[in-house]
Ligand binder design. Structure first.
Ligand code: URA
Ligand code: SF4
Length: 254
């Protein structure tokens, strides 16, 4: 047998037993599953995010590849570059300096403290010696182009790491492609190893002519002027290399 109690009677029983009856007030008939915030202004917009992206795609700018940049855009690209860790320790980037139509390009390793402060390669003590080396073969700094493998100063003047040089490689390659030099001179182990993709010590690489890249640009490696400041007895070898540089360049003169 089923006893169906009237709601009020049920409440009275419970009350007589000392049990409070709680009744929810103003309970809506049903609660919506999602809360929509569609207003008069936005009700025509699609609410599904997928539909939204199809309806109004946000254009993503694709940067022009480095190998197509002109000088100005290349310099700006380097200035704003944060591709490797070295951007964190720089004061400014050190792009390169000199004659953009030069026959000769000198490639060092990385900016040091003075270069980082002034924004120009080889302006410190090593730079002074480099200038003297250049004058010794009847050239001036302004006749050639001077650049480094990496454009930002490594912390505490440590050598740039292989991955940092790889990150910066396109910039140097573009600089070489724009200049179209007749001769590349790699200054020291770091530049020579990077450009020739070898681990052979500079003492064995110097005094010879190599070729760089698809354009087979003649390349001579010699001691870094900072090394010559520490080991002045090696200057006699550097002097021989300078003669080879002069001879190679004069072969192109008409
Ligand atoms: N050493 C380098 O290799 N480059 C510079 O610009 C200065 C010192
Ligand atoms: Fe960019 Fe070269 Fe500087 Fe690294 S070293 S942040 S790759 S410009």
């Amino acid at each position: 047998m089923t006893v169906t109690l009237n709601k009020n009677l049920h409440a009275q029983y419970l009350k007589s037993m000392g049990i409070d009856v709680w009744v929810r007030r103003n309970l809506p008939e049903s609660i919506p599953a999602t809360v929509s915030t569609v207003t008069e202004e936005n009700k025509t917009l699609p609410q599904n995010p997928k539909e939204k992206s199809e309806a109004s795609p946000v254009p993503v700018p694709v940067p022009v590849p480095v190998h197509l940049l002109n000088w100005e855009d290349l310099e700006n690209r380097v200035k704003s570059c944060t591709a490797c860790e070295l951007h964190k320790s720089r004061t400014q980037t050190v792009f390169g300096v000199g004659n953009r139509q030069a026959d000769l390009i000198l490639i060092g390793e990385a900016p040091g403290e003075d270069e980082d402060a002034q924004g120009e390669p080889f302006v410190g003590r090593a730079g002074q010696l480099l200038n003297a080396m250049i004058y010794s073969i009847d050239l001036k700094r302004e006749d050639l182009y001077i650049v480094n493998v990496v454009k930002c100063r490594p912390p505490n003047n440590r050598n740039p790491h292989i991955d940092e040089m790889a990150c910066c490689k396109d910039f140097l390659q573009r600089q070489i492609a724009l200049i179209k030099p007749k001769l590349i001179v790699a200054l020291g182990n770091v530049a020579a190893h990077h450009l020739l993709m070898t681990n052979t010590p500079i003492g064995k690489l110097r005094g010879q002519r190599f070729e760089y890249g698809d354009a087979k640009i003649p390349l001579i490696a010699t001691y870094h002027p900072a090394y010559l400041l520490r080991r002045p007895t090696e200057k006699r070898h550097a002097w021989q290399d300078l003669q080879l540089i002069r001879e190679t360049l004069s072969n192109y003169e008409t």
